[in-house]
Ligand binder design. Sequence first.
Ligand SMILES: Cc1cc2nc3c(=O)[nH]c(=O)nc-3n(C[C@H](O)[C@H](O)[C@H](O)COP(=O)(O)OP(=O)(O)OC[C@H]3O[C@@H](n4cnc5c(N)ncnc54)[C@H](O)[C@@H]3O)c2cc1C
Length: 495
Amino acid sequence: MPQVVWLKRDLRLRDHQPLFQAAKQDELIILYVYEPSVMTAEDFDACHLEFINQSLTELDEALASLGAHITYRHGEVVEVLDRLHHEHRFSRIWSHEETGNAITYDRDKAVARWARANSVRWTEIAQFGVFRPLEDRDGWAKRWDEMMWESTVSRPESIDCVPTDSGSRLTSGELGLEVSTKLQAQPGGEFHAWSELETFLSDRGVNYRADMSSPVEGWRGCSRISPYLTFGNISMREVFQTTKSAVSELRARKDSGEPVDGRWFKSLSSFEGRLHWHCHFMQKLEDEPAIEFENMSRVFDGIRDDFNDDYFQAWCEGQTGYPMVDACMRCLHATGWLNFRMRAMLVSFASYHLWLDWRPTSKFLARQFLDYEPGIHYSQFQMQSGVTGINSIRIYSPAKQVTDQDPKGVFIRQWVPELEHVPDRYLPEPHTMPGLEQLEVGCVVGKDYPAPIVDHKTAYREAKDRIWSVRKTSAAKAEAKLVYEKHGSRKRPRR
Ligand SMILES: Cc1cc2nc3c(=O)[nH]c(=O)nc-3n(C[C@H](O)[C@H](O)[C@H](O)COP(=O)(O)OP(=O)(O)OC[C@H]3O[C@@H](n4cnc5c(N)ncnc54)[C@H](O)[C@@H]3O)c2cc1C
């Protein structure tokens, strides 16, 4: 009987366990479903769809060389499966496990019910170091390591597909989405995933440790593999093992007396650590799906009830009067990518300076990040907003980030052209430029570029007082213990 391989966020041929296993057994229907509930949700953007379609186009071409094809359908998965089952009477569904948002979680539960009711076996295989179900975090790091060292599987050598009406890929217009603004987004597909990883490990990554904090150097010095992990163009296991091989090779070259740039070792060790974080953060959402909506530490409920729509709008549009905040936001609109520190600063500014609740801001940035991965996203958002109760409170000064990370204004001038002729020394705070100079450089603050929407010092002090007034209470401390028990990263077991 035919079997279905249900493609989700795993759009690749290499190290695709479900496809590899299923291809050995029987004729396949390789299914991709455009789901209205997922694709019109408030965390989905046309840039995600374009990346998915680029990945599917490449995948379909590769499958064609094996005599196989993807069957495309539009609709909710249970209905699609039901119709397909009437036509083709398949006996089994294969897919990867997904740690997604509430919509995909509920959909997966509905698929499980449908499969049981129709006597169809559904085999889900993990693709990240995220464990289901997990009793507690003791021993998690060891399990992650063991999983990353498991053998990978190659591309299937042949696949027999059931002849189906293959359907077609859908555009953003057909799905009712607005056209993507991200004309400079990374292109999807396995080819680009591997190119990014290879150039990073052989050249770009040498100064990763230093480059990663800067929006200027980070562009080239970070790996840029995040969207490829999010949509599964490359497997985490392959990224991990390829990195380990690169390190071994560097070590062997060094041991044989070849000159090797010593920065590589620290850089690749930091990179490896971040691969670990990827799954560590996803595990939090896997263990507690509610963190998409609820504060991890409930004592912070209600602290940001007074939502200022004007502030939110200015932040979304990159019109806050803080050059680093505005440059970051406008860069995201066009490219869908930012380095970690600048993401953290954007969120810190929204959550502390503007005192905006993280729920609407996180949905907005989910649409801006090409690599939107719910498990990392909501955990990081809560961390950078101070509502986990267990992480240190970090309020970034946007002006200091200019001085530290972009003193020559390369990044800022690229994304905020109004500031092109503003002298470097005024870039952190253009409003401090004397009026005459503003006229001379063609940037009058309040007319050509916004005045700061809040005063940094006042907003910083108020935010710090407000967050600590909760954080220091005994209720917050008691709850922090529970959050740490559930989600804290630890090398040694607590027991
Ligand atoms: C508020 C906020 C939201 C974020 N949302 C996402 C998201 O939706 N998707 C996403 O992939 N990353 C997210 N990150 C983490 C991080 O910023 C990105 O992973 C990174 O910038 C991607 O670029 P890169 O692939 O070049 O990363 P590199 O620095 O080259 O790191 C390699 C990989 O390690 C992982 N990684 C790196 N940093 C982190 C981190 N701090 N936490 C968890 N994993 C990490 C990612 O998978 C990344 O692709 C978020 C960070 C913040 C502060």
